[in-house]
Design a protein around this ligand. Structure first.
Ligand code: COD
Length: 298
């Protein structure tokens, strides 16, 4: 199966974008960048140890790429973010650098990429078991979000889903059970978010919850458990209670199922590609594709 095929075809048609790679010594990231350059999707700015980067790109299609030398992870993060702040890049990508190091730089009050919105991570999964892409959020940035933060996390994921072609995304706030249980405060958050959506406080989508993962994804499971509504069995976006749930759920797509995930931080001045350093080039390329489409306002 070729993952995210439909989105690749869309991205091939749009204007080439400047991609800034923070920690470009990452071989899988470089492979993904090469593949994106071959189809004119991006032109790269590579930030990190100049000697290492030069050695790794020698003889490839990106051997003449602009390189910005940096001697530490913090310097790599700062220089990468500053390139974007100066308006010289449309997409930022995490390479061989810790997520937290790059995100701290993105949040810098003077030269960072804040917009006034919450920044949050969205993993987009392409799985055989589903006829649609599934957006999982937030398994990468906000550790234990409040209910207000969850509302913004939903809005960021909705923005991404819309830019990739989902008109009115269906959002399932998932927990271990599909009923409100006062001993599980996460289920209360889900019911508050559903009501906020009904009252127009969260717009552009349909939110329901609490829902279990099974009855959010599968119509038969919803029917058996007597869970009705537009979202049950048809969810596009899965809002999870905390970073651990989102992280496990995203990784299970690749490690237990035969699927692929792409990952972006939304809510900043530009989309930021954030996938695990252990992810392969295909997943990194898919994330670049999603980011380029989002940056083009598609
Ligand atoms: N969006 C917008 N502003 C934010 C956000 C956000 N998501 N998070 C923090 N801020 C602002 C705060 O309001 C404050 O002004 C400033 O940034 C610093 O806030 P702190 O002190 O809470 O933030 P940090 O710098 O200690 O931590 C921010 C991180 C994103 C680094 C932290 O939340 C983190 O480590 N998240 C997990 C990242 C990770 O390890 N992911 C890997 C799993 S895949």
């Amino acid at each position: 199966m070729n993952y995210f095929e439909e989105l690749y075809r869309k991205a091939e048609k749009i204007e080439t974008k400047a991609l800034v790679v923070a920690g470009a010594e990452d071989e899988e990231a470089l492979k993904a960048v090469e593949a994106a350059v071959k189809i004119d999707m991006v032109y790269p700015v590579l930030v990190g140890n100049e000697y290492e980067i030069k050695r790794k790109i020698e003889g490839t299609v990106i051997e003449n790429a602009r390189i910005i030398n940096a001697d530490s992870p913090e310097e790599t993060a700062e220089k990468s973010v500053r390139v974007i702040s100066r308006g010289e890049g449309s997409v930022l990508m995490k390479g061989m650098i810790k997520t937290a190091t790059l995100l701290k730089a993105a949040l810098n009050k003077e030269w960072g990429l804040r917009t006034g919105n919450l920044l949050s991570h969205v993993a987009v999964a392409d799985v055989n078991a589903s006829d649609r892409y599934i957006y999982i959020t937030d398994g990468g940035m906000n550790i234990k979000p409040t209910v207000e933060e969850k509302a913004q996390i939903i809005e960021n994921a909705v923005g991404l889903a819309k830019s990739l072609g989902v008109d009115v995304p269906k959002v399932a706030c998932i927990t271990a059970v599909e009923v409100v249980n006062l001993q599980m405060p996460e289920t209360l958050d889900c019911s508050i978010l559903s009501k906020m959506n009904q009252r127009g406080q969260i717009k552009g989508c349909v939110v329901d919850g609490p829902l279990g993962l099974d009855n959010a994804m599968d119509a038969f499971a919803a029917q058996v458990k007597h869970v009705t509504g537009e979202v049950a069995g048809n969810a596009d976006i899965l809002l999870v209670p905390d970073i651990h749930c989102g992280n496990f759920l995203g990784k299970s797509v690749e490690y237990f199922g035969s699927g692929m995930i792409a990952g972006l931080i939304m809510g900043a001045r530009v989309p930021i590609v954030v996938v695990s350093r252990a992810d392969k080039a295909e997943s990194k390329l898919a994330s670049i594709v999603l980011a380029v489409l989002n940056a083009s306002g598609n």
